[in-house]
Design a protein around this ligand. Sequence first.
Ligand code: NDP
Length: 289
Amino acid sequence: MELIDGNQIAAALIAELKAEVAALPGRKPCITLVRVGDDPASVSYVRKKEKTAAEIGLTSRIILPPVTISQTELFALLDELNADPTVDGILVQSPLPRHIDEVAVFRRVAPEKDVDGFNTINLGKVAQEDETGFVACTPAGIMELLARSGVDLKGKHVVVLGRSLIVGKPVALLALQKKAGANGTVTICHSATANLPAITRQADVLIAAIGRAEFVTADMVKPGAVVIDVGINRVADATKKTGHRLTGDVKFDEVAPHCSKITPVPGGVGPMTVAMLMKNTVKARRLRA
Ligand code: NDP
């Protein structure tokens, strides 16, 4: 079994981006991070994105509207950022407060600044295999992890657990694309899927993105499969100072011995998500230059 080291692969990508940004003439790419309220996970995600941007040499701006901001006010802020020529990329950190329609916010970000890749146009470009769009960062990160780990999906049965707009659907579309590294035969499973273990057992490559701690057990995995664990779940753990630990959607200790390759949590898909956001921001700057 080989561990797919997301930290190491993300570090290589970040080093490449740093060199690319250093060689860019003129204004450095600028990402604006909008974090509504103080959700603790969002605070740490935005901090990590800000730190990585600085490491690469990108300019970042952080905007912290209060949790009470109305949808109209948030739209006005996005309209301002959309029109600002010094802003290349805009990321609105999710989750948003309940009174705000998250998908409407994704649609409001100008497609050419939508480095998160959730705007209708960019999701559509994934379906159309149009490389001028922005691919959502977690699915793009999964594809990059696979490519850099020598996993070619051509002819493989790829089973995606989860059909969210953020992970499941776009990663399934990417695995299905008619291009080098992809060309997978894709099955998407969700909460209404019957006989789920019988399907996951057919997977050459299993991508788990359901948000259920340690849901995937050894009996659900074909020997020799590649397993990508997207889940980030907090489970209570009295032995930790924080009282919790992070775990994926895969029961790692049990599944790992069965796999040819597997990602750990943390240190698998997570670091790639941040690196791909930076890659998208550099691309946005280039496309707008
Ligand atoms: P969502 O909650 O939006 O979607 C979960 C999906 O899993 C849904 O399609 C749901 O089905 C399906 N599902 C839930 N329970 C089951 C079940 N028992 N059997 C089969 N399918 C099930 O989650 P996200 O896609 O946003 O995130 C998934 C996980 O990935 C989370 O742990 C999240 O924290 C993590 N994540 C990690 C990122 C990273 O950078 N590493 C980035 C983004 C997310 P249905 O549609 O029928 O409800």
